[in-house]
Design a protein around this ligand. Structure first.
Ligand code: ZN
Length: 220
């Protein structure tokens, strides 16, 4: 089984976890999971975890990145060019900071849309998919393989366009995954979670599996 927790801030906030809490999460992953990024071989003996952080807040570099290194974990960081470039409050990592984060080989950058808007119309989807890839290539000299829907919003028609540009597309969906080949990869929120074990209780895991089948039956 492949679990994809979704994080935002790496500090004490509503959509975040304090550094101390994150440390406990990462310690738990390091002990109990196989840490993976897309196409890494999935373990059959252990559950697999693909850690994802959205939006690229500055506290990712301050708190999450050193802990990922400490525990030898991999993570996907989804960034949106417009958030970075219109950053009036100074809360997002800049391109230079992201470039330095990429010195850690366990980190992969995902596209999170150009404008960080819901992706609903096929034409808008094609534009967002292509442009967000182009800007990341230009600024970070890497070609993203992954796309993360802003707000988890999408339509089936939009998704067809996004899949033309990316091998791996993530939404929320509150579900587990069985492998990388899925048309859509499902995540669940790990923000504001004091005790990480509550996200992996027997009851929760049964729910993720049930929602996997429900989502797959819908086609996305
Ligand atoms: Zn976002």
């Amino acid at each position: 089984m492949l679990y994809i927790p979704m994080y935002h801030y790496a500090s004490e906030r509503k959509r975040g976890n304090s550094r101390e809490t994150l440390k406990r999460h990462f310690e738990y992953y390091a002990e109990n999971f196989n840490s993976v990024l897309p196409l890494d071989k999935l373990s059959e003996n252990k559950p697999n975890v693909c850690i994802t952080f959205d939006d690229g807040y500055k506290d990712f570099n301050e708190n999450a990145l050193p802990l990922l290194k400490e525990f030898g974990l991999k993570a996907l960081l989804a960034v949106s060019a417009k958030l970075i470039e219109d950053d009036k409050d100074g809360i997002y990592l800049g391109w230079d900071e992201l470039n330095s984060s990429l010195g850690y080989k366990g980190l992969e950058i995902a596209a999170h849309g150009l404008t960080h808007t819901p992706i609903l119309e096929p034409e808008h989807a094609a534009f967002e998919a292509k442009e967000s890839k182009r800007v990341i290539e230009e600024k970070l000299a890497v070609t993203p393989r992954c796309f993360v829907y802003p707000y988890g919003k999408f339509t089936v028609e939009a998704h067809r366009e996004v899949k033309k540009e990316y091998d791996f597309v993530f939404r929320i969906g509150g579900a587990a995954n069985t492998g990388w080949g899925q048309n859509m990869l499902y995540r669940f929120s790990a923000d504001n979670t004091e005790n990480i074990e509550t996200l992996f209780s027997r009851y929760k895991k049964a729910g993720y599996l049930m929602r996997f089948f429900l989502n797959e039956a819908r086609g996305v």
